[in-house]
Design a protein around this ligand. Structure first.
Ligand code: PAF
Length: 275
C-alpha cells in the first residue's frame, strides 16, 4: 500500500494506475476510520481495481466555533486499517499542500446548501464541495463513494458532479450502525457514557416514523422532536424532505427522507432515513 503526502505525488500514483488499465475508486474521509468507512472501501472495491482513501481534516468545512482543532485524529491507526482492508493508496496530505495561503477560488453550490445542516453550519458545504472537487481533480477517480449518513452532503456532491461535469460516478453507501441503532460516526468518540445512552434517541426517532399509517409531515416532525427531547437531546432540526430538492414536504410519499440533527451534550449528531 502506498502512503502519499502531496497532491502532486497522488496525481502521479493515479496516472500510473490509469496507464496500467486500472479503474480507480476514491473514498474521501476525514480519518479516525471506523467500520462505516471500511464499508465504503468495500463498496469502492466492488466498483474499481485500485482503491484510494483520502484522509484529510478539511479546515474550510469547519466554522470558526466548530471542532476543527479537536476533531479526532489517529493517522497511524487509519493507515493500519487501510492496509488490512487492502486499500491500494492512502492520501494523507498536509493542509499546506492542499490550500495555498492566498487560495481564493471555491466551489459553492447555491440551492441545496441553505437548509438543514447548512442553516446551522454556514459555509460548511462550500468547504466540502471545494475539497471534494480538489480531490476529484487530483485523483480523477472513475468512482467515488460517500456515506448516506451525510445525506445532504451526498445530494450536494451529486449536484456538483452534474453541474460541473466531473467524469466520476458517485455511489452512496448505506449507513452502518452500532447494535443499538446509533449511526457510526467519528464524532461518537466525543460522547460520555451518559451521552452515548442518550444518542440512541436519533435512531429511535427515525424508527418511530415507520409506526402506523403515514401521517402528515407536521405530525412526523413533532413525533421525531418528542422522541429526541425524551432522550435528553437538543434538537437542531427534524425534517421530512424531498430527496432531490431537500425541500420540506407535507404529504408524505415513498422516497421522502427524514433527517435529524441533534445535540448530545455539546456533540452535534446527524442521522436520516429514506421513507
Ligand atoms: O464526509 C466527510 O468525511 C467529509 O465531509 C469529506 C467528504 C471527506 C470532505 O472533507
Amino acid at each position: 500500500m502506498e502512503i502519499v503526502h502531496t497532491p502532486h505525488a497522488m496525481t502521479a500514483w493515479a496516472q500510473e494506475q490509469r496507464h496500467s488499465g486500472r479503474r480507480i475508486g476514491l473514498v474521501p474521509t476525514m480519518g479516525y476510520l471506523h467500520a462505516g468507512h471500511l464499508s465504503l472501501v468495500d463498496e469502492a472495491k466492488k466498483n474499481a481495481d485500485a482503491v484510494a482513501v483520502s484522509i484529510f481534516v478539511n479546515p474550510t468545512q469547519f466554522g470558526p466555533n466548530e471542532d476543527f482543532a479537536s476533531y479526532p485524529r489517529n493517522a497511524a491507526c487509519d493507515v493500519a486499517l487501510c492496509r488490512e482492508a487492502d486499500v491500494a493508496a492512502v492520501f494523507l496530505p498536509a493542509p499546506e499542500t492542499m490550500y495555498a495561503p492566498d487560495a481564493s477560488v471555491f466551489v459553492d453550490e447555491d440551492v441545496l446548501c441553505h437548509g438543514l445542516c447548512g442553516a446551522s453550519r454556514p459555509g460548511h458545504f462550500k468547504g466540502v464541495c471545494t475539497v471534494v472537487a480538489k480531490l476529484f481533480n487530483i485523483v480523477l477517480p472513475d468512482v467515488a463513494v460517500f456515506g448516506q449518513k451525510d445525506f445532504q452532503q451526498a445530494a450536494i456532491i451529486r449536484r456538483m458532479v452534474r453541474d460541473l461535469n466531473f467524469p466520476v460516478s458517485i455511489i452512496i453507501a448505506p449507513t452502518l450502525r452500532e447494535p443499538d441503532g446509533l449511526a457510526m460516526s467519528s464524532r461518537n468518540a466525543y460522547l460520555s457514557t451518559e451521552e452515548r445512552r442518550q444518542a440512541v434517541g436519533l435512531s429511535r426517532a427515525l424508527d418511530a416514523l415507520m409506526e402506523g399509517m403515514p401521517p402528515s409531515g407536521t405530525v412526523l416532525r413533532h413525533r421525531m422532536r418528542d422522541i429526541l427531547e425524551q432522550h435528553g437531546l437538543r434538537v437542531d432540526y427534524a425534517e421530512i424532505v424531498d430527496a432531490e430538492t431537500l425541500t420540506p414536504v407535507e404529504k408524505i410519499s415513498k422516497g421522502n427522507v427524514a433527517l435529524i440533527a441533534a445535540y448530545c451534550g455539546t456533540t452535534r449528531l446527524i442521522d436520516n432515513r429514506v421513507l
